[in-house]
Design a protein around this ligand. Structure first.
Ligand SMILES: Cc1ncc(COP(=O)(O)O)c(C=O)c1O
Length: 315
C-alpha cells in the first residue's frame, strides 16, 4: 500500500517499457539474468503468448484436469491439444499424468503446472527432466510454487539457462494475495521473450503494479510468516476433513485442497453459502471433476475450524 501511494505521482508518465527496475528485482530474487525475465499483466497475459507459441507446434500435451486459461490461450490461436488425463481414481501418491516421452513428441509442446491446480500435487523436479529432452517446448506454470518453503520447492527455474526450450511461469497473484494487481512473469530464453514483446502491446504492466511488485518481492517477513503458518494449518485441515463423513481430501502442496465429495459439489457449495456464509469452489469448470469434487482454500486455523464445524453440521 505504501509503494502504491508513493507511485501515484508517477502516473503522469508512461511506465518504462523495459520494466528494468522490476526485472532487476526479479533477477536478484532468482539469480538469473534480466534478459531472461519478462513481466506481464498477470500470468494469464503471458499464457496468451505461450498459447500462440505452442499453437505453432504439432500439438500441445496438456495435463488434465487443467486450469481453464490454458484452453483459452491455446484455442485463441487454434492450437491442437492432446490431453494427458490424471487418473484420479488411482488416488495418491499415483496422481501423476502419463505424459508420453517418445521421438514423436519432438515437434510438440508440453504445458504443465507444478504444484498442480486443481489437485495440489507437487511433482518432483527430476521427473520433469526427461520431458526437456523430448519436447520442442516445455512450459511449467509455477504459479503456486512459492507457497512451499524454499527447501521444499521443486522448481525448474535453475534449469532455464541450460534448456532453451524451457519456459517457467510465475505469478504474484497467489502467494501475495494480489489478483487485482495483475502481475506475473515468464522466465525463459530471450529469443521467446523478445518475440512476445513484439507481439504484445508496449505497456502491459502499469506503473502501480510494477511498484507494488518490487515492494512485495522484498517483503521477507511476509514470506517467512506464510511458510511458517501454511503447512501446519493445511495439515490440520486435512486431518479435520478426513474425520468428516463423505469427504476425502487429496494431499495438496499449495494453499488449497481438492476434496472428493459424496454430496454433489454444487449442493455442498450452496448449503455452506446459505447456512454459513462460506463460499467454496465447486469444480464444475473442470469437466473431469464435475460434481464429485470441491476445492477448499487453506486459511488461518480459526477460519479452517469454522469451515470444518459448518461442514460437520451439513454432512
Ligand atoms: C495454475 C494457474 N496459473 C496461472 C494463474 C493466473 O495467474 P494470474 O492472476 O497471474 O494471471 C492461475 C490463476 O488462477 C492459476 O491457477
Amino acid at each position: 500500500m505504501a509503494a502504491l501511494a508513493t507511485s501515484l505521482n508517477h502516473l503522469q508518465a508512461y511506465p518504462d517499457p523495459g520494466y528494468d527496475r522490476l526485472r532487476q528485482s526479479l533477477s536478484e530474487v532468482h539469480g538469473l539474468p534480466m534478459d531472461w525475465i519478462l513481466p506481464g499483466n498477470g500470468a494469464a497475459e503471458l499464457l496468451t503468448w505461450i498459447g500462440r507459441e505452442l499453437a505453432q507446434l504439432d500439438t500441445t500435451y496438456l495435463v488434465t484436469p487443467a486450469f481453464a486459461d490454458y484452453h483459452r490461450a491455446l484455442s485463441a490461436f487454434d492450437g491442437h491439444v492432446t490431453p494427458c488425463p490424471i487418473d484420479l481414481a488411482a488416488g495418491p501418491p499415483n496422481l501423476v499424468a502419463p505424459i508420453p516421452v517418445s521421438p514423436q513428441t519432438s515437434a510438440c509442446g508440453l504445458l504443465l503446472n507444478n504444484p498442480h491446480n486443481p489437485t495440489g500435487t507437487l511433482m518432483p523436479r527430476d521427473d520433469l527432466l526427461p520431458y526437456l529432452e523430448r519436447f520442442a517446448l516445455v512450459v511449467v506454470d509455477e504459479a503456486f510454487m512459492d507457497f512451499l518453503p524454499p527447501d521444499q520447492q521443486q522448481s525448474v527455474l535453475d534449469l532455464v539457462l541450460d534448456w532453451p526450450n524451457l519456459i517457467v511461469l510465475r505469478s504474484l497473484t497467489k502467494f501475495y494475495s494480489l489478483p487485482g494487481l495483475r502481475l506475473g512473469y515468464a522466465i525463459g530464453h530471450p529469443r521467446y521473450l523478445h518475440r512476445w514483446q513484439r507481439w504484445r502491446d508496449p505497456w502491459p504492466v502499469n506503473t502501480l503494479a510494477e511498484a507494488a511488485a518490487i515492494a512485495a518481492l522484498q517483503d521477507h517477513t511476509f514470506q517467512q510468516q506464510t511458510w511458517a503458518w501454511l503447512p501446519p494449518s493445511r495439515q490440520s485441515l486435512i486431518a479435520g476433513l478426513q474425520a468428516l463423513p463423505g469427504l476425502i481430501p487429496l494431499p495438496g502442496a499449495a494453499n488449497f485442497l481438492l476434496v472428493n465429495t459424496e454430496m454433489p459439489g454444487s449442493q455442498l457449495q450452496r448449503a455452506l453459502l446459505q447456512s454459513h456464509q462460506i463460499l467454496i469452489r465447486d469444480c464444475l469448470s473442470f469437466p473431469e471433476l464435475g460434481e464429485g469434487y470441491v476445492r477448499l482454500a487453506v486459511r488461518l486455523p480459526d477460519e479452517n475450524d469454522r469451515l470444518l464445524t459448518s461442514l460437520a453440521q451439513i454432512l
